[in-house]
Design a protein around this ligand. Structure first.
Ligand code: GLC
Length: 437
């Protein structure tokens, strides 16, 4: 498994960065890059530094870290740079095409984790840390300045692609409410369904809405204030904000090591932790949900994103108890299920083989594993790790996996893209890095 993980990362390595998977995702993706660095730190330590550095080459002048860096042109992906039209935006880098939206902020905790890997023993490490710290800080500052219009300590995502959990049913109500009367048709432009089973991918109706949003952002010149005024998709995502909180903690830890003043981050952090618990916690459901700023309500669809506050360490003990009660009831139909379905099996939209509507993902399992360990749930933490390793040992480094046992119809193979980089990378982290996070 280690040799296969290393060769997967090797095959997906391009000149200075790693693509998530050759068939579906031929560029550098933001949060993928962070998880991938955690595996490269074991298979090829200098590349962990290179990976992160090339991600930040795409950073905009206003601090935004794009969700895709288009390092090299490739016709096998839609939407490409011609759709994003960021070249005309003054804040965008002039020498590298990027998308114009972001993804969950993982890099600060990735850097903290790299401290416990061979990457931190490299002579180049100290300079690397000093170089990256202010860039990550600038990204967080962008989020708090431009994505939190009411100063709540919760930042919004403006597109489901910013959530990382792209096709989650939690976004259905928001997307369905988008008026696409004047939006263009995009079904014929899609490349993803040429490469994997369309039944596992988002529908054309949804894709039309995704592109309608991108067209709107491009038309508004990626002006955040205008987007906040006009866009129908403004959501305080629980996963995004929890990873922001965990990353803030890392900025504080790393900043102190570097002898820096961390007061600004501490102020953000205090607000964010309180706001996650206050605004995103639903006492009745015993679960955390994302909040739709446009409609002014919680999006009460039970998904595994709701466990991310454990990873951030923001739950009070009583909340953690309730939350975890739901893990083994809502997210499994029998004890033979593997953890953790991305959407609860009790949600009507649950589909065990469809992209973010049921299948288990290795990065979400990794976050949940560390969240459980943090709350002293050693047995559950071990179980989720064992389930993750088993998925990959049995099927390979696929993008996602059916959580059902074969006796209940569970797919006999992995789902989505194979030779998927973050699965391979996190296998290495799971098995080679025993440090808590
Ligand atoms: C899919 C996933 C997203 C990931 C991207 C590249 O779009 O939903 O989280 O970053 O693929 O792997």
């Amino acid at each position: 498994m280690h040799a296969l993980a290393s060769s997967t990362l090797e095959n997906n390595w391009r000149d200075g960065y790693t693509i998530p998977s050759a068939r579906l995702y031929p560029f550098q993706w933001n949060w993928d890059s962070g998880f991938i660095a955690l595996g490269l730190a074991w298979s090829h330590p200098p590349r962990a530094l290179e990976e992160v550095r090339s991600m930040f080459r795409g950073q905009w002048g206003n601090g935004l870290l794009p969700h895709i860096n288009f390092h090299q042109p490739n016709p096998n992906y839609f939407p490409g740079p011609d759709v994003w039209r960021t070249a005309a935006v003054p804040a965008a880098p002039q020498d590298l095409a990027t998308s114009g939206i972001t993804q969950p902020p993982v890099f600060a905790f990735v850097l903290e984790r790299l401290l416990t890997t061979p990457a931190a023993e490299l002579p180049a490490w100290a300079d690397f840390l000093a170089e990256l710290y202010p860039k990550i800080l600038a990204f967080h500052r962008y989020l708090y300045t431009c994505r939190d219009p009411h100063g709540e300590g919760l930042v919004y995502i403006q597109h489901n692609w910013e959530s990382g959990t792209d096709n989650s049913p939690a976004w259905d109500a928001v997307l369905d409410a988008i008026d696409v009367t004047h939006a263009r048709e995009v079904a014929h432009l899609r490349r993803d369904i040429r490469n994997v089973d369309a039944a596992h991918r988002p529908t054309n109706e949804n894709y039309r809405r995704y592109i309608a949003l991108v067209d709107l952002f491009a038309r508004l010149g990626y002006d955040d204030a205008a987007i906040a005024r006009e866009s129908p998709f403004l959501v305080q995502d629980v996963l995004f904000n929890s990873l922001l909180a965990r990353s803030n903690q890392s900025l504080i830890t790393l900043g102190r090591r570097l002898g820096l003043d961390t007061a600004e981050v501490e102020a953000w952090q205090a607000k964010t932790v309180a706001a996650i618990n206050h605004k995103l916690w639903d006492e009745e459901a015993g679960h955390y949900f994302s909040y739709d700023l446009r409609a002014g309500r919680l999006l009460r669809v039970r998904t595994s994103s709701g466990f991310a506050p454990l990873f951030a360490g923001v739950c009070l003990p009583a909340q953690a108890d309730r939350l975890l009660g739901g893990l083994t009831t809502h997210f499994m139909r029998s004890d033979a299920w593997s953890l953790c379905a991305s959407t609860a099996a009790t949600v009507p939209a649950f589909d065990p083989v469809k992209y973010w509507r049921g299948p288990a993902w290795i990065n979400m399992n990794w976050l949940l594993h560390h969240g459980l360990a943090r709350y002293g749930r050693t047995e559950l933490a071990a179980r989720i790790k064992a389930n993750s390793l088993h998925f990959m040992a049995a099927h390979g480094y696929f993008e996602y996996f059916d959580p059902r046992p074969p006796a209940e119809g569970g797919a006999a193979h992995g789902l989505g893209a194979d030779a998927f980089s973050w699965s391979a990378a996190l296998y290495l982290d799971f098995t080679l890095n025993p440090a808590p996070l």
